[in-house]
Design a protein around this ligand. Structure first.
Ligand SMILES: Nc1ncnc2c1ncn2[C@@H]1O[C@H](COP(=O)(O)OP(=O)(O)OP(=O)(O)O)[C@@H](O)[C@H]1O
Length: 362
């Protein structure tokens, strides 16, 4: 293939101004959404409850009609194309295995419908069970499997017809945290090995960041931000995204030259930030502790052990409480007095015009 052909190849999936309205709701469930997913890309859609994540998947799958806009798969408009002709695989929250069929019967379901020859079917089932870590489980009854094993069977079933796009809705939603953390790593490796293009929906940012090449954060039917997990984590585009990711050190500020005037005093800001009012985020890692009386005086209001670090809640002498992250061996006790300073590289200037930043993680 020539370089030119590569650059002009259509995205595997494209949403072009897709809008969905339900009845007389005030706002659309999806509001003119544009989204491209390249072949072999793993994209996770993230957002609070009701932000439109499932509706987005349902529109792509053809389970929900768009009121405006188009869904294109490999450049072809899917308007009027039924779900079973779109070549997409679906794995939804309640993975609904067929209880009366054994594991092989479940995994082979899509192949049977396509009338795949028996020997090919058996080979594909065996290969997929190997891939998902359940070798030789063909004859096991679904009821005898653990939640995590059932999830893997559901995944093998969705992969069996080799869909050009695999869509997952809260794929690990029912499982406990430990198992989810393990499975998400396995899933990513599996999708990379198979070259599967994935559009997944989750409300769990940890899951999305571990699985995705790119995350899409939804807010009230619109895309609030899209980028690699690192980009979104380092540079949340708005207060909504920052708070959704769990960053709460957000204050009003006015940029003046190389610093911003905030209720916590002057905070250094990244070079090139234009002067004027804004909302400012200081990531907890950017709150540096120093022995009192240096820096802004604070009292330690609470400390929480977070495995890799300690999260400190600090009450400064002026301004709202803020969170700091520090190593366990350096963490002061509750009630202790410390000083703080801020590091510019962990300061993010957020969109100054945002109207609706009220607690999105509810
Ligand atoms: N069939 C429906 N009829 C009416 N309203 C609907 C329907 N499906 C979804 N909605 C509404 O559309 C909006 C988006 O819902 P959607 O299920 O896409 O959100 P979500 O981000 O997937 O939420 P969750 O994380 O809770 O699953 C919500 O306000 C929801 O109440």
């Amino acid at each position: 293939m020539t370089a030119r052909a590569e650059t002009t190849a259509p995205d595997l999936l494209r949403l072009d101004g897709v809008t969905v309205r339900f009845g007389s709701a005030d706002r659309p469930a999806l509001d003119s959404v544009d989204l491209d997913v390249a072949a072999h890309e793993i994209v996770c859609v993230l957002g609070p409850s009701g932000s439109g994540k499932s509706t987005l998947l349902r529109v792509v799958a053809g389970l929900q009609q768009a009121d405006a806009g188009r869904v294109l798969l490999e450049g072809r408009d899917q308007t009027g194309v039924p779900t079973h002709r779109r070549g997409v695989g679906l794995m939804f929250q309640d993975h609904q295995l067929f209880p009366q069929r054994d594991v092989a019967g479940n995994v082979a379901f899509g192949l049977r419908i396509r009338r795949t020859a028996r020997t090919d079917r058996d080979r594909t089932v065996a290969e997929l069970l190997d891939l998902v870590g359940l070798p030789g489980a063909q004859r096991r009854a679904v009821a005898s499997l653990s939640g995590g094993e059932q999830q893997r069977v559901a995944l093998a079933r969705a992969l069996a017809p080799r869909p050009r796009l695999l869509m997952l809705d809260e794929p690990l939603g029912q499982l406990d945290r430990g198992l989810r953390e393990r499975l998400v790593v396995e899933l990513r490796r599996l999708f990379q090995e198979l070259g599967t293009t994935v559009l997944a929906v989750t409300h769990d940012q940890g899951e999305a960041f571990a699985l995705a090449d790119r995350v899409v954060v939804m807010q009230e039917g619109r895309i609030a931000q899209t980028g690699t997990p690192l980009e979104v984590w380092q540079r949340p585009a708005s207060e909504f995204v920052a708070r959704f990711l769990g960053f709460d050190n957000v204050v009003e500020a006015t940029v003046q030259g190389e610093a911003a005037v905030t209720p916590w005093g002057k905070v250094p800001i990244p070079n090139g930030t234009p002067d004027g009012p804004c909302r400012l985020l200081v990531r907890p890692a950017g709150v540096r502790l120093m022995p009192a009386p240096e820096g802004l005086p604070c009292r330690v209001a609470a400390r929480t052990f977070r495995g890799t670090h300690v999260a400190l809640l600090l009450q400064p002498s002026s301004g709202p409480q803020l969170e700091a992250a520090c190593a366990l061996r350096e963490a002061p006790e509750v009630g202790e007095r410390v000083g703080i300073a801020f590091t510019a590289q962990d300061v993010v200037v957020l969109d100054a015009t945002e109207q609706d930043a009220a607690n999105p993680a509810e």
